[in-house]
Design a protein around this ligand. Structure first.
Ligand code: NAP
Length: 283
């Protein structure tokens, strides 16, 4: 990397941040393009968030990615927020506008990118989302963007589930979303052609776990789509079991790559080499 007096800064904020793949992925693309940018990891404690944002303005940072635990708490510190980020209720990408910092959410774009390659009539497909955390919110918005008329969300904590449902009130999605406890999953699986895991169950090192029992995996519709947001391991047990039943499977790597590519495209204002970003992570 050729850092000069003119080099412009990008980065990612989170706490902790040392595990992040983003610096590797973005700098690979920046190097490939020969762009005069550098992308750095910034470990920012929750109590230092406002100071960090003010500092970024002072050093004229061009933009930054946002990860746990700042995706929601950053919202009041920004001057603008896009309708996508507003609907998801979380920001993962920040860029400069004449008004100041603008927050958006590229997880939705990342989630739907591999699905758009499929030739499906999404108005006929009813997704079941396992888990009701932060990523599930981007997945709900993604499913609605695809055109799914009805979306089912499964969660284990009644209060969190009720809160999840309430969060969509006064949005265009409120009538589409149905929440259920895990014991209702069995009755829903056979009616669904699209199952998405947004829980961390099955993530390294617990690679022999799945949020779905093998018995339930056998009940999916022929030609169903299975999507796991986890990218380590590839594939997870959830996907291995469903692939055996004939499902078309997607893991979380492409979502990770595509959300990053969508962010870099905003900051650099040009097309970005997605295949270089993908191989930087795989390697
Ligand atoms: P989160 O906000 O903590 O939500 C996790 C959800 O999973 C919660 O609803 C949680 O329920 C549920 N859950 C956790 N353990 C469970 C278990 N043993 N059984 C049933 N449900 C369980 O996390 P997140 O940010 O949404 O991330 C979720 C996953 O998506 C992680 O694996 C993350 O790496 C992945 N992800 C991938 C991408 C990508 O680009 N590929 C992007 C974002 C996230 P409770 O609330 O009841 O604990």
């Amino acid at each position: 990397m050729n850092i000069k007096g003119t080099t412009k800064l990008l980065g990612v904020i989170g706490y902790p941040i040392s595990h992040s793949f983003s610096p590797r992925m973005h700098n690979a693309a920046i190097n490939h393009l020969g762009a005069d940018f550098a992308y750095l990891p910034f470990p920012i404690k929750p109590e230092d968030l406002a100071k960090a944002i003010a500092g970024f303005e002072a050093i004229d940072l061009v933009g930054f990615s946002v990860t746990i635990p700042h995706k929601q708490t950053i919202i009041p510190l920004l001057q603008e927020i896009t309708p996508f980020a507003q609907l998801v209720g979380a920001v993962n990408t920040v860029y400069r506008t004449p008004l100041g910092w603008c927050g958006t959410n590229t997880d939705v774009t990342g989630f739907i990118a591999p699905l758009q390659q499929l030739n499906r009539d999404w108005s006929e497909i009813t997704p079941i989302i396992l888990g009701n955390g932060g990523a599930a919110r981007a997945v709900v918005v993604g499913c609605a963007e695809l055109g799914c008329p009805e979306i089912h969300v499964i969660g284990r904590d009644k209060d969190k589930l009720a809160h999840f449902q309430q969060n969509w009130q006064n949005t265009s999605l409120t009538s589409k979303i149905n929440v259920h406890s895990w014991d209702k999953l069995e009755g829903l699986v056979s009616q669904s052609g699209f199952l998405i895991n947004t829980t961390p169950v099955g993530m390294h090192p617990h690679i022999d776990q799945s949020p779905l029992t093998e018995n339930l995996s056998g009940k999916i519709q022929p030609g169903a789509i299975a999507y796991d947001l986890i990218y380590n391991p590839r594939p997870t047990k959830f996907l291995r079991d469903l692939e055996q039943q004939g499902a078309i499977c997607f893991d979380g790597l492409e979502m990770l790559v595509q959300q990053g590519a969508a962010a870099l495209k905003i900051w650099l204002n040009q097309e970005v080499p997605v295949e270089i970003m993908r191989s930087a992570i795989i390697n």
